[in-house]
Design a protein. Structure first.
Length: 342
């Protein structure tokens, strides 16, 4: 039997990211995809015989239910994207997603698995709100399982995580392209894996543009609005402040906006800013914030598709990284290098 085409296959044929393919095929409203790119994706999908909603196979001996075990749903708004992405992809096949918030408690995980195994569910999405290594319950070894936003060190399960390094690279490069060379990074806390990855992307972008890394412009230790506000105040007290900021997340970027406003400075005229996560509020800041998408919805869609397609290898399962696309808005202005060119 020929292998059914996937969004990855379409992206490779069209020369675009999997995230772009998803935006086009799912008809995401307000997605900034050029018409020529959209047409290229559709032509690639047609050439490969891809049919949205008809390419998955639901095992006949399984109840049409997928279990989504998630460790938390209240501390951030990101849980909704996981749940809705999984629910919408599964609904295309008339499959239901049953969500269990377990808080990582082994007892609650066991109760959820009791129910799912009793009803011979299709499989499990083992999900974490924070990208991290995790140890799923031993019982999942006998259940089709995809780890979402987490992974196990022994590579027993396929997993899908965000491509935070390339996202950090894209955010920093957007500022470099605008002519900025003194770019500060408001980094997250060191223990957060995403913080380490986004900083790595920041460093790689600077290196690619032959811009030396100024270690004093990397300011770790925050992820909140007050944290971003305080770190930006410290940057503004320097005799040689940066001309641009890449913030670990949108909340820190909001704090940076506040600190600049309190000093009578403007975005982007006096300081360009890029965030990360594309939280709902980022589009409504004044000016709207350029940011990077955290692709939780697309990750959940991919994981559901992998379960339904039964593409779960028995040995050395792969770790899929979903691209984090840049959303360009109005918070980047020309830097000194661009001004000199003009």
């Amino acid at each position: 039997m020929a292998k059914r085409p996937t969004m990855i296959d379409i992206g490779e044929r069209a020369g675009v990211s999997q995230a772009t393919v998803s935006l086009v095929l799912n008809r995401v409203p307000n997605a900034r995809v050029a018409e020529a790119t959209r047409q290229r994706v559709l032509e690639a999908a047609d050439a490969l015989g891809y049919r949205k909603g008809a390419q998955h196979h639901v095992p006949e001996n399984r109840t049409r239910v997928i279990g989504l075990l998630i460790d938390e749903v209240t501390t951030t708004p990101f849980a909704t994207a996981f749940i809705e992405g999984a629910r919408e992809e599964a609904a295309l096949q008339d499959v239901v997603v049953a969500t269990f918030c377990t808080r990582g408690d082994p007892k609650l995980e066991a109760l959820a698995l009791d129910m799912l195994l009793q009803h011979q569910s299709i499989g499990v999405l083992y999900t974490s709100l924070i990208t991290r290594p995790a140890e799923p319950p031993e019982r999942l070894r006998d259940v089709p399982t995809v780890m979402v936003n987490c992974y196990d060190g022994k590579r027993l399960y396929p997993s899908v995580v965000p491509a935070d390094v390339t996202g950090g690279y894209a955010a920093t490069e957007a500022l470099l392209k605008a002519g900025h060379r003194r770019i500060a990074h408001l980094a997250g806390e060191n223990w957060i894996e995403a913080s380490q990855a986004r900083e790595r992307g920041y460093r790689q972008a600077l290196a690619s543009w032959d811009v030396p890394v100024d270690e004093t412009l990397i300011m770790p230790g925050g992820w909140t609005i007050p944290g971003g506000r305080e770190l930006t105040r410290k940057l503004l007290q320097r005799p040689d402040p940066p001309t641009a900021i890449f913030a670990f997340n949108d909340r820190m970027a909001v704090g940076a906006y506040d600190a600049l406003r309190q000093k009578g400075l403007r975005v982007p005229e006096d300081m360009s800013i890029v965030g990360f996560d594309d939280e709902d509020t980022s589009a409504y800041l004044d000016p709207p914030l350029t940011t990077v998408v955290l692709p939780h919805e697309e990750m959940a869609r991919w994981a559901v598709g992998a379960l339904l397609d039964e593409q779960l290898p028995a040995a050395s399962p792969r770790r899929i990284k979903i691209e984090c696309p840049l959303i360009e808005r109005a918070s980047i202005g020309p830097g000194p290098a661009r001004a000199e060119q003009d």
